[in-house]
Write a protein that binds this ligand. Structure first.
Ligand code: TRP
Length: 333
C-alpha cells in the first residue's frame, strides 16, 4: 500500500528559505512516491493570533501560493485548510484524555515559543496544548511520514505517544508516524542567529524581489572578526557560506571561495555577490510561478477547496473508526 505524508504550516505570513530546506523541498520530492497532504494550520495559527484573526484569510492564500510556487503539484498533493476539517477539533478533544499536564509542560519547542511570545495575560490553554491538536492533524490522515524542521520533533514524539496509548487502550486504529528532517535541519538566519524566523526579522522569503534579496544578502552577518578583505576569515558557522553550501549548485566555485576566504584573498562583498547570484537563480522560477498563480486566484481557491474536500473525506472515515474503537459510535434508533 502506498504510504502517506502529512505536514503543515501556520498561515502567519509568507514562507521563507528556512521552510524550503526544512520541509518544502522534501514534500516536492516525495509527492510522487507518497500520498501527500499538506495542512494550512489556521486553527494552530489562531492559538497565538486570536486577537488578530483577520490576518488568517490572506495568509492562507499566501501559503498556498508558496506551495504551488516551489513545485507542490496539485494533481499529487492535497492542500487542506485545517479549520474546514472540524473532525480535527473532535479528535483533539478525545486526545486530551491521553496526555498529562506534565508532558505538555516539558515540550521544549512550546517552552521556547512561550518565552519568545511573552503572553502578557498568561499562556492561553489553546497555545500551550497545541501539540495535542497537532497530533490530531497527523493521525487523522493516518500519516506514516511527517517532513518537518528540527523544532517540530517534540510534536511528532507527542503524536507517537498518543498513538501508542490510543491503540493500546481502544483498538489498533491509528498509525505511529515518523519524522523526516530536511537536507539541513535548521537554516540560520541572515543575522547569523540559530534559525530563520519571521519574528526575528532575519528571513529571505520565497516571494522576495531580486532587490530585496540583494539587500538581505549584502547585509548578512559574516565573520565578525574579519575587518579587511585581506584578513584570513572563518568559513565554519559563517551563514554566508552555509547558504552557499545549500543554494549554490556550483560546488567548485564554493570551494574556491572558501579557500580564498580562509587565506584572505577575497572580500565579503564578492562572496555575497556570488551568493546573491546563486539565490536569485534558485528563486527566479519560484517567483515566476508564484506570480502566475497570484494572477489567477480563482484557480488557487479551486485547488485549496478540492484538497480540503479530499482531506475531509479521509478525516471523516478515520473518525468513524475512532468512535467505534472508543465505543462511542452509538447507533441509537
Ligand atoms: N507546528 C507546525 C509549525 O509551526 C505547523 C503544523 C501544524 C504541522 N500541524 C502540523 C506540521 C502537522 C507538521 C504536521 O510549523
Amino acid at each position: 500500500m502506498i504510504k502517506r505524508i502529512l505536514t503543515g504550516d501556520r498561515p502567519t505570513g509568507q514562507l521563507h528559505l528556512g521552510h524550503y530546506v526544512g520541509s518544502l523541498q522534501n514534500r516536492v520530492k516525495l509527492q510522487h512516491e507518497y500520498d501527500t497532504y499538506v495542512l494550512i494550520a489556521d486553527v494552530q495559527a489562531l492559538t497565538d493570533n486570536f486577537e488578530h484573526p483577520e490576518m488568517l484569510e490572506a495568509n492562507i492564500f499566501e501559503v498556498a501560493l508558496d506551495y504551488l510556487a516551489v513545485g507542490i503539484d496539485p494533481e499529487k498533493t492535497k492542500i487542506v485548510v485545517q479549520s474546514m476539517v472540524p473532525e480535527l477539533a473532535e479528535l483533539t478533544i478525545y486526545f486530551m484524555n491521553l496526555v498529562t499536564v506534565a508532558t505538555l509542560e516539558r515540550n521544549p519547542t512550546v517552552k521556547e515559543e512561550i518565552k519568545q511570545r511573552n503572553f502578557v495575560k498568561g499562556v492561553p490553554v489553546g497555545f500551550w496544548s497545541y501539540p495535542i491538536s497537532q497530533a490530531a492533524d497527523i493521525t487523522i490522515f493516518k500519516a506514516d511520514l511527517v517532513p518537518v524542521g528540527e523544532d517540530q520533533l517534540p510534536m511528532i514524539e507527542q503524536a507517537r505517544e498518543i498513538v501508542r496509548r490510543f491503540n493500546r487502550l481502544y483498538a489498533k486504529v491509528l498509525i505511529e508516524p515518523k519524522a523526516m528532517l530536511g537536507a539541513m535541519a535548521r537554516l540560520p538566519g541572515t543575522d547569523g542567529g540559530a534559525k530563520m524566523s519571521k519574528s526575528l526579522g532575519n528571513c529571505i522569503y520565497l516571494g522576495d524581489s531580486p532587490e530585496t534579496v540583494r539587500k538581505r544578502v549584502m547585509s548578512m552577518f559574516t565573520d565578525p572578526k574579519r575587518i579587511h578583505p585581506t584578513d584570513p576569515g572563518t568559513v565554519e558557522g559563517n551563514p554566508v557560506f552555509t547558504y552557499h553550501d545549500v543554494f549554490n549548485p556550483d560546488k567548485g566555485e564554493v570551494e574556491e571561495l572558501k579557500e580564498r576566504y580562509r587565506k584572505g584573498t577575497v572580500g565579503d562583498v564578492e562572496v555575497k555577490q556570488r551568493l546573491y547570484d546563486a539565490l536569485n537563480h534558485f528563486l527566479t522560477p519560484i517567483r515566476e510561478r508564484r506570480a502566475e498563480y497570484a494572477a489567477n486566484p480563482k484557480r488557487v481557491y479551486e485547488i485549496i477547496m478540492e484538497g480540503t474536500r479530499r482531506g475531509r473525506e479521509l478525516a471523516r472515515a478515520t473518525m468513524e473508526e475512532v468512535r467505534t474503537a472508543m465505543k462511542i459510535g452509538y447507533r441509537f434508533g
